[in-house]
Structure formats: C-alpha cells, structure tokens
Design a protein around this ligand. Structure first.
Ligand SMILES: Cc1cc2nc3c(=O)[nH]c(=O)nc-3n(C[C@H](O)[C@H](O)[C@H](O)COP(=O)(O)OP(=O)(O)OC[C@H]3O[C@@H](n4cnc5c(N)ncnc54)[C@H](O)[C@@H]3O)c2cc1C
Ligand code: SF4
Length: 474
C-alpha cells in the first residue's frame, strides 16, 4: 500500500481542460496533463482495499491498478510501467479515450471521489515514452507461421502486437489510407492526437508487423488469397453500419451519418486529400445532432470548432440523474449524466425529444420538427416513448448529423466467401478462444461484440492474439 490514510488527506483533483476560448480555436488535445507531483499525490489516495474492484470488475484489461498506484506513490516509475504493460499493450490510447470504467468501481468511490486512475495511467505511459523505456516488443525467437489481420483498429493492433511478440509473422490489411480504425478516423483530434497512433504504429513496425494499407479484403484481395498464404487469419473489421432514421425528408441533402462527418475532418487534419465535394462543413450553419451519446458529443465539438452558428443535440432517452442511479449500484458502471469537454464548449442539449420530420427546399434540409416524448410501459411492458401532445417544436437545421449508434456488421465479402456463421445479433459468432466457424479463422473487437469501447477492443484483441499464438504452436 502507498500512503496509509492518504485518501483522508488528499482530495481528488483533476487537471481539467484548456480554456474554452483557446481550445475552440484549434483541434489539439483539450485535456491538460497533471504534473508529476500532483500524480504522486493522487496515487497516494489509493486505499489498497482488500478486493480491488477497479482491477477485477471495472477494467476490461484487468489493469493492476493498486499495484501501479503504489509504485507511483513511491516514485518507482519504471516498476509502475512494467506493471501497466503487463496487461495493457496501448495505455496511451486508453489513458485518453477510456471512460475509466475502473473509476466507477473504485472502493473509495463508495463514500468519496474515486482515485484518478486514468490520469495516473497517462502519467506512467508518457513517462515511459519520455524516458525512452518503451521499446519494440521483440520476440526471443522467430517462429514459423504467419497471421493475416484484417482491420487495424484497436482490436487488430492488439492482435498484431500479441502475435508478433510471440514470434510469428503478422501482416495487417487495412482498407483505409492509414492504420488506426476509429482511433484515427472517428475519434476527433481534440480527444486523441493522431501522432500517438503513428508513434505506436512505428513501434509495431519495428517489432516486425507489416501494414498493408489501402487494401480492402474481399475487394482488392480475395479471401482465397489469404487462406493460401497464411496459417491463421483474424477478422477485426469493426461493426460500423450506422442506425438510420426513416422519417419524412430523410432524402434531403445536408443529412449525414456522424462517422462520415467525423471521418472527413480527421482525414483533412491528417493531411489526406479531401475534395471540396467530400468535405462536410458546419461553418455558419445551424446544426442538429440526433443522438445524445459520445459520438454525438464528438460531432458537437467538431461543429463548434468549424464555426457552427448554433448546435442542438437531441436524445430520445430521458435525462439521466446527476449522480449514480439506483439501478446501477456500486460497483456497476453508474448510469448518470455525463458532461463531456465538448458539452462544456457550447450547444444546446435536449433530452426526451424525438425527430418527426426533416424540412427542406426540395434539395437541402433547412429545418427539423421534433416533439417531447414521455416514457412508460408499452404493450409488452417494456419502456416505450410516447409523443407528448402539444409539445411539437421546430429547429432551423442546415446540417443534420445522425449519431444514433450502430446496428452491426457491414457486408464483408470475405466473411460470406468463407461462409462464416453469424450470431443472433448479426455479429460474427465465435467461441471463447476467438475461433469463428471457419478453421484457422479468428475474430476480435466490435465485429464480434458490436460497437463498444476501445478498452474492450484492446482487451479482446490481446486475448485472441494469445489464442492464435497457441493455435500456431500446437
Ligand atoms: C465517433 C466514435 C467515437 C468513439 N469514441 C470512443 C471513445 O472516446 N472511447 C472509447 O472507448 N470508444 C470510442 N468509440 C468506440 C471505439 O472506437 C470502437 O469500439 C473501437 O474502435 C472498435 O475497435 P475495432 O478494432 O473492433 O474496430 P474499428 O476501430 O472500427 O476498426 C476496424 C478497421 O477495419 C477496417 N476494415 C473494415 N473492412 C475491411 C476490409 N474489408 N479490409 C481491410 N480492412 C477493413 C476498417 O477500415 C477499420 O480501420 C467511438 C466510436 C465512434 C464511432
Ligand atoms: S483501461 Fe480504462 S478501465 Fe482500465 S485502468 Fe485504464 S482507464 Fe481504467
């Protein structure tokens, strides 16, 4: 244990964000990094409770949280880093975009504010990079056997890392121009600066992983080509079919899926060529975002930086309570209102509101009719929204962004060619070891679990990568 009773002396303190006026002028990271002194003080708050729920129940990677907190408190940074890297191959990503599931189950959180675990994780990994301690994970011996990984999102990268560390050859095929998946093309720069992805890709390359970008499996290379050349294949192609909204006026111009919008901005910032026709700009526009989740919040921050006139974000679900709801008692991840850095920058947020129809001039959208809904039991007893009489209102809208989540897998010709079985949710079916119904064909990440979180994709990829190494060694 670090400092007995440290949590009684030290309150939780977070470094916060850059001032709104400053951060709206660029796309750089909004979160400020805490000083080393502050991180050591915060690590001292860890109680080293008997059963660390943060580790076993909260963090999908089972990060060794009390152990690294203790090492940080003692300023044994290298030991803390070793503990962190034992289970987390890419802490620089989770430390920036993870919602910190661990903090929702921190024992200190029962009666006080939880330990700032995510911030401590960030300090450890960045100290590791600054000191030159992070090196490619070279295997002690190279082994016969090559694996093709399809998709370079966090799941694909974690599989590639685990397999190459075990000594096997890995080629990652990626249809986009650059590797990273949603880390690069979905999540905005102001949450995750993309040089961090390049830094990690360089390490993986030095480790022997080969990246073939701009290659779509099923279009540019056939499933058979891969089967003939690799001993194992891992599908990590994500689950990106967006939920649509079939209401009158949907055919009008100016209505886009959130990922289309975010992707083109990320490509532009990354120096990729984007034609004026492709670019979706919010400059000077009234923007309406449909969907109150994280993707909607990413659209909000992007639209504000592009110079939107007004941004409205609507969500059909009721507003969550300000603190942990009774339905999610500790140590569960709390259902409660979350206010992102983007929400602190501007825009209007509405809860319990649904879109009725888009209005337009025949070609482009210029408004949206909405109404309030009341939630109550439906015919099947499940909570159902009912439009409230007389609650209709109209917002001007020159740009509408649909951020209502994802419904499942895109059509993947390779999966069809191999005749892979889907589960009841329409995702790739697989067993606990990551095996799909095809011999030597594995799957990881959103493709198998549905749209989820970066930390879950990494945890899954790491585990499936280890299973693939065991399969090759058999
Ligand atoms: C806008 C947005 C913001 C998000 N923000 C957060 C966040 O802040 N925190 C968080 O924890 N989670 C966030 N998520 C969720 C998280 O990003 C995903 O759960 C995670 O990226 C899934 O990883 P993956 O590797 O399974 O798939 P993806 O990241 O989707 O990667 C799949 C890759 O496969 C490639 N691919 C697909 N088909 C082919 C093919 N035929 N051939 C070759 N390559 C192919 C794709 O181009 C892509 O690069 C966000 C999601 C979105 C959409
Ligand atoms: S990966 Fe996420 S849940 Fe795990 S320790 Fe880091 S911030 Fe917490």
């Amino acid at each position: 244990m670090g400092k007995p009773g440290g949590f009684m002396e030290q309150a939780r303190r977070e470094p916060g964000y850059r001032p709104v006026a400053e951060r709206l002028g660029d796309f750089k990271a909004v979160e400020v990094r805490a000083s080393e002194e502050e991180i050591v003080a915060q690590a001292a708050r860890c109680m080293d409770c008997g059963t660390p729920f943060c580790h076993g129940c909260g963090c999908p990677l089972n990060n060794l949280i009390p152990e690294f907190n203790e090492q940080v408190y003692r300023r044994h940074w290298r030991e803390a880093l070793e503990l962190l890297l034992t289970v987390n191959p890419f802490p620089e990503f989770t430390a920036r975009v993870c919602p910190a599931l661990c903090e929702g189950s921190c024992v200190l959180g029962i009666h006080d504010e939880p330990v700032t675990i995510r911030q401590i994780e960030m300090a450890i990994i960045e100290k590791g990079f600054a000191e030159g301690w992070i090196q490619p994970g070279l295997a002690a011996e190279r082994r016969a056997g090559r694996v093709a990984v399809i998709g370079s999102g966090p799941a694909g990268l974690a599989v590639a890392d685990a397999v190459s560390r075990a000594g096997y050859g890995v080629v990652v095929y990626e249809s986009a121009a650059r590797p990273g998946g949603i880390l690069r093309y979905g999540i905005p720069e102001f949450k995750l600066e993309k040089w961090m992805i390049d830094r990690r890709i360089d390490l993986l390359k030095a480790q022997g992983v080969v990246f073939e970008t701009g290659v779509a499996i099923g279009r540019d290379l056939s499933a058979r080509y891969l089967k003939d050349r690799f001993e194992a294949i891992c599908l990590c192609a994500g689950a990106r079919v967006p939920r649509d909204l079939a209401i009158p006026g949907r055919e009008l111009g100016g209505i886009h899926f959130a990922m289309e919008y975010l992707m083109v901005q990320n490509r532009l910032l990354g120096g990729e060529s984007v034609t004026p026709d492709e670019f979706i700009s919010a400059e000077g526009k009234n923007v309406v975002i449909i969907g109150g989740g994280d993707t909607g919040s990413d659209c909000l921050g992007t639209a504000l930086r592009q110079g939107a006139r007004e941004v409205v974000q609507i969500e059909i679900l009721p507003e969550p309570p300000a603190s942990r709801a009774d339905s999610t008692p500790w140590p569960l991840w709390p259902h409660q209102l979350r206010i992102s850095s983007s929400h602190k920058e501007g825009g209007q947020r509405y809860w319990g509101m649904t879109a009725l129809r888009f209005l337009g001039d025949g070609a482009r959208v210029n408004g949206i009719d909405v109404c309030t809904v009341d939630w109550g039991p439906g015919a099947d007893g499940r909570p159902t929204p009912r439009p409230r009489t007389g609650s209709d209102r109209r917002f001007p809208a020159d740009l509408v962004l649909l951020a209502m989540g994802f419904t499942g897998l895109a059509a993947n010709p390779f999966a069809t060619e191999w005749g892979l079985t889907l589960n009841a949710r329409g995702l790739l079916a697989r067993d606990a070891d990551g095996n799909t119904s095809g011999a030597g064909i594995f799957a990881a990440g959103d493709m198998t679990q549905g749209a989820s979180l970066v930390v879950r994709a990494i945890a899954d990829g790491r585990q499936v990568g280890a299973r693939i190494a065991a399969y090759l060694a058999r």
